[in-house]
Design a protein around this ligand. Structure first.
Ligand SMILES: [Mg+2]
Length: 233
C-alpha cells in the first residue's frame, strides 16, 4: 500500500478540518451558523434546531441535504449564510503548501462546503494556486460525501482512476466509498473532542482504526513528505 501511495497520480483532499487544524474552530463557526439558519427557518429554539440539524447531518451527509429534502431551501442562499464566517484564526502554512505542491500529478479539493468557502480557506492557509481543481457541493448537484453520487461526479468529471489515487479526509465515513472504489485512503485525526457530533459521523480521533482506512496521521504535512520518498529497501 505504501508503494501504491507513492505512485498516486491524483490526490483528493477534503477541506474542513483536513487542510486546517480543527483547533482553529473555523468549522465550529459554520456549525453555529447552520444551527442559526435552521432555528430562523423553522422558528425553533436553538437546542431544538440543533437536534434537527444533527439528525439531518447524520442521515443525509449534510444539514443542507436534509433542508433541501424536507424544506426545499435555496442551497445558494444557505451556503452563503453558513460560510459567512471569520477566518482570522487560520494562518498560512508554507510547509503544507510545499508538501502538497511536491506531490506528483493532480491535486484536488473535494468538499461538502461551497467552492467559494474552499477558495477563501485555501487562500487563508496560503494554499491558493497549489490545487488544480476545487470541487464544491454545488458541483455535485448538492450530493454530499458519503453519498455515492458525489464520488461518481468526481471520478467521471475529472476522469480519475481511483486505483492510482489517494483520498485524504478527517471523516472516516467519507473514506468508506473511496476505499470501495479503489482509492488509497488516509484519515487525518486530531486531539479535539468531537463527542458532541453524532456517532458514526464524527471527525477522527487518534487511535481510530477502520478496515476502510489504509493510513492514519495526525500530521498531514509530515505524512505527505514521507509518502513520496523513495523506498529505502
Ligand atoms: Mg472535513
Amino acid at each position: 500500500m505504501k508503494t501504491r501511495l507513492r505512485q498516486s497520480q491524483e490526490w483528493v483532499f477534503d477541506l474542513d478540518n483536513t487542510l486546517y487544524p480543527p483547533e482553529s474552530d473555523v468549522f465550529f463557526q459554520i456549525d453555529q451558523r447552520m444551527t442559526l439558519y435552521v432555528a430562523q427557518l423553522l422558528g425553533l429554539p436553538p437546542q431544538e434546531a440543533r437536534k434537527k440539524q444533527k439528525a439531518w447531518y447524520a442521515q443525509h451527509g449534510t444539514t443542507l441535504s436534509g433542508l433541501m429534502a424536507e424544506h426545499h431551501v435555496d442551497p445558494g442562499q444557505y451556503l452563503d449564510f453558513v460560510h459567512d464566517i471569520d477566518l482570522s484564526a487560520l494562518s498560512m502554512d508554507l510547509a503544507l503548501r510545499e508538501a502538497i505542491a511536491a506531490l506528483p500529478g493532480r491535486k484536488i479539493v473535494f468538499t461538502n462546503g461551497s467552492r467559494n468557502h474552499a477558495r477563501r480557506v485555501t487562500a487563508a492557509r496560503g494554499l491558493d494556486g497549489v490545487f488544480d481543481t476545487i470541487v464544491g457541493i454545488e458541483d455535485t448537484g448538492f450530493a454530499p460525501k458519503p453519498h455515492p453520487d458525489a464520488y461518481d461526479y468526481l471520478l467521471k468529471t475529472l476522469k480519475i482512476n481511483p486505483h492510482r489515487a489517494a483520498f485524504i479526509e478527517d471523516m472516516e465515513r467519507n473514506l468508506k466509498p473511496a476505499h470501495s472504489l479503489g482509492f488509497v485512503t488516509i484519515l487525518v485525526h486530531s486531539d479535539k473532542d468531537w463527542s458532541h457530533e453524532p456517532e458514526g459521523a464524527r471527525p477522527a480521533a487518534a487511535g481510530d482504526r477502520h478496515d476502510h482506512v489504509h493510513f492514519t496521521t495526525g500530521d498531514l504535512t509530515g505524512f505527505l513528505q514521507q509518502a513520496i520518498k523513495p523506498e529505502t529497501q
